[in-house]
Design a protein around this ligand. Structure first.
Ligand code: BG6
Length: 502
């Protein structure tokens, strides 16, 4: 561990502490940071929720979450015993001033005991409708007085469209400085996603090829076997475009397409990503059908089990027009990427759970080999495997052993598991540590969020004004609707075949 990366004394206040995110992700991540000694011994978690619960009850609920979801397996009793003492629970009404006064008392008491002001992190782990009210109360109660030490963390969705995101940003900026606001996109904390920057900017070999002269097109696929589970009432107001494309997939696209940053300063990196979003070709409402495809899953089979259609899910309207699949073709109008298509697709209840980026290189300019040698010839392809397998695969041509010249595609493979058997931190470990360290590089700045909404607004408007007449248009367990194949086939390409070859 690099000593300088260790977090300073910190108090994390989680609003919505009895929810799923805290149980499955946040506290297991904090436990692992504690286990690996990334946090200071002066550390506390104050969970705030509306349910009645004692400190003990809250701790044992969280222990259950750690035992179920922590990447390091069940909690070590001797570590848990100490860690548990850092956890407190407060039942609260979010609209009552007394909630915030008593939080202030508790925070000040801990600070007095520890001998001075510490990092204060306010984590909004609850539905968007509560966020504005709580942020106001936190601001008004003077809970975040020091812009160097106090931070406020927001989960997505950040706004419902461009207008609401702008309003929310403007509102938050009346209470906090931008440097205090951490908007989470958990994909940016994933090890393999961070590795995209390492791969591109720490190797001299690939960057000279990383442009329109050598790359034919790029594909980004994030497909999930899961349906909407118990999130139907949220998802039915969101859909794939808002839930996945606006944030995770556009961020992946930015990492692939951005110019090399001059430094790893948070704003420098984020500026380079915003440049990409600004360069995305605007799609007019009339052209949406050329560039975008939507889908909704019907009943079908996943891993041999029959699953219901989206419209039969809990919390979903029986005639819902919500997209559970979206595919796009984007162009980035700048020197590096002019006229190179970036194809993006994401969907629920698809055949595979996989996130993968494919960089398809152009064919060689001249084929010197006789035609019988090149029967199996394929252009170079680089596959960045985000999950579940984590790795990088480079496909190139080799001579097949034998007395004749026969070319055959072969792979060079980097596999995280084989190279780093000790495992990788979860996205939330990285992101929580960064919040404690005050490093905003992996978080969304206000203008990034707004630029991403801006690109998608014509599509959202078009889709909302024209309900689909073909939904559901793909069966669960398939790879999305046929129109998605057509979107890419029109340009003479195919989506990468799933499952990926081993
Ligand atoms: C969340 C979306 O942001 O990301 C979910 O709201 C989706 O709908 C999830 O399932 C996917 O994340 P991961 O890390 O499992 O790929």
């Amino acid at each position: 561990m690099e000593a300088e990366k260790k977090a300073k004394p910190t108090i994390i206040v989680i609003f919505g502490a009895t929810g799923d995110l805290t149980w499955r992700k946040l506290v297991p991540a904090m436990y692992n940071l504690y286990l690996d000694q990334w946090v200071d011994p002066h550390f506390a978690i104050i969970g705030v929720g509306r349910s009645e619960m004692s400190n003990e009850g809250f701790r044992s609920h969280l222990l259950d979450g750690i035992n179920k979801f922590s990447r390091t397996g069940k909690a070590k009793p001797e570590v848990w015993e100490v860690f548990a003492q850092t956890i407190f629970y407060q039942k609260a009404d979010y609209d009552q001033d007394s909630t915030y006064t008593s939080l202030k008392k508790q925070i000040t008491a801990l600070e007095d005991e520890w001998g001075g002001a510490v990092n204060r992190v306010f984590y909004m782990s609850l539905p968007p409708q509560h966020v504005q009210q709580i942020a106001t109360k936190v601001g008004e109660a003077g809970l975040a007085p020091d812009d160097k030490l106090s931070r406020i963390v927001f989960e997505k969705p950040f706004g419902h469209d461009l207008e609401s995101a702008k309003k929310l940003n403007q509102f938050l900026l009346t209470l906090f400085h931008e440097c205090q606001i951490y908007r989470i996109d958990h994909y940016l904390g994933k090890e393999t996603v961070q590795n995209i920057m390492a791969f591109r900017f720490a190797n001299a070999m690939f960057e000279p090829l990383w442009n329109r002269n050598y790359i034919d097109h790029v594909q980004i696929t994030v497909s999930e076997q899961l349906g909407v589970e118990d999130r139907g009432s949220y998802y039915d107001h969101a859909g794939a475009l808002r839930d996945m494309i606006q944030n995770h997939l556009l961020q992946l696209l930015c990492l692939i397409a951005m110019e090399p940053p001059v430094s790893f300063d948070a704003d420098e990196v984020r500026n380079r990503k915003v440049d990409v979003l600004h360069a995305l070709r605007k799609i007019s409402r009339d052209e949406v059908h050329h560039y975008a495809v939507r889908g909704q899953y019907g009943a079908g089979w996943i891993e041999g089990k029959k699953v219901p259609g989206y419209r039969e899910e809990k919390g979903v309207l029986p005639d819902s027009n919500t997209d559970t699949f979206a595919a796009f073709k984007f162009f980035i109008d700048n020197w590096r990427w002019s006229n190179i298509p970036f194809y993006l697709r994401t969907g629920k209840r698809m055949s595979e759970s996989i996130s993968v980026i494919t960089i398809q290189f152009k064919p060689v300019p001249h084929q010197s080999f006789p035609s019988q040698a090149t029967e199996n010839w394929q252009p170079n392809r680089l596959i960045l495997n985000i999950q579940p397998q984590m790795g990088i695969r480079l496909r190139f041509q080799a001579k097949r052993p034998g007395l004749k010249m026969q070319l055959n595609p072969v792979d060079m493979l980097f596999n995280y598991k084989e190279n780093y058997p000790s495992g990788s931190p979860e996205a939330y470990e990285t992101l929580l540590l960064d919040v404690m360290l005050g490093d905003a590089t992996l978080f969304m700045r206000a203008d990034q969020v707004e630029a991403a909404w801006e690109v998608l607004m014509p599509i959202l408007h078009k889709w909302e004004a024209n309900p689909s007449i073909s939904f559901p248009n793909y069966a669960s367990g398939m790879q999305g609707p046929e129109e998605s194949e057509a979107l890419i086939a029109r340009d003479g390409h195919n989506w990468i075949a799933l499952p990926l070859e081993k």
